[in-house]
Design a protein around this ligand. Structure first.
Ligand code: ADP
Ligand code: MG
Length: 200
């Protein structure tokens, strides 16, 4: 079972990964965007960390919802509302129980990822975070490790794609040949989940 402590550790692992990889994310965003993806997520996940240190809610659903609200209110870029929606809707789907099963988390994340697709109007193949999140959620039905592997593959698979959504789409064919920053940060989120599950 996955309890509040598991979700707190997942969010902390993601915050640490964002600190570690911020420069790389910003570099990827400088090639096909406006060079702020690393700093956007840094601002967002620092706010998440600060809020959770103050008064962390007990349950998995409430933790993810609060983190999502922080991302929406602190990140100016497109990724804030998108990641915020992912966490809020996943949290809402988890409800208010103290513990959830991996299968319940998988179903809840499926709901969250669908909400991201609806908000941003993107689908797999458009060179966005969805190219990572969709295969990761599918593979999560198998195992946390399989999800992390699928997420990494999904992020890599954005390299040859032409962006059809977001700022990178303004570049047209010139977006080809670069890894999508949001797909890359989404792989960090899923890796952090798998690492948290491994140490549990
Ligand atoms: P901004 O593009 O506003 O500068 P960021 O640089 O923080 O925001 O985030 C860019 C990332 O957001 C992209 O690499 C992409 O993965 C993701 N993204 C942008 N638009 C969409 C969308 N409509 N649907 C899904 N993801 C998107
Ligand atoms: Mg940007």
């Amino acid at each position: 079972m996955l309890d509040g402590d598991f979700f707190r550790r997942w969010l902390a692992a993601m915050a640490a990964a964002v600190e570690r990889e911020a420069d790389r994310l910003t570099e990827l965003d400088s090639a096909i965007g406006d060079a702020d993806h690393g700093s956007n997520l840094q601002r967002g996940f620092r706010a998440v960390t600060a809020t959770l240190e103050k008064e962390p809610p007990a349950g998995p659903g409430a933790l993810l919802s609060l983190a999502g609200r922080q991302l929406i209110s602190t990140v100016g870029g497109a990724s804030g509302p998108l990641y915020g929606t992912l966490l809020r809707r996943t949290g809402k789907a988890l409800g208010d129980s103290d513990e959830v099963t991996p299968a319940q988390l998988t179903e809840a994340l499926r709901t969250g990822v669908a909400a991201v697709a609806q908000l941003g109007g993107a689908k797999a193949g458009d060179k966005t975070m969805l190219d990572t999140l969709e295969p990761a959620v599918e593979a999560l039905g198998t195992s946390f490790a399989a999800a992390a592997e699928a997420a990494d593959q999904g992020a890599l698979a954005t390299v040859p794609l032409q962006a059809r959504k977001g700022r990178a789409s303004y570049l047209g064919a010139r977006s080809i040949g670069h890894q999508d920053p949001g797909a890359t940060s989404a792989a960090l989120l899923i890796s952090a989940l798998a690492a948290t599950a491994e140490e549990a």
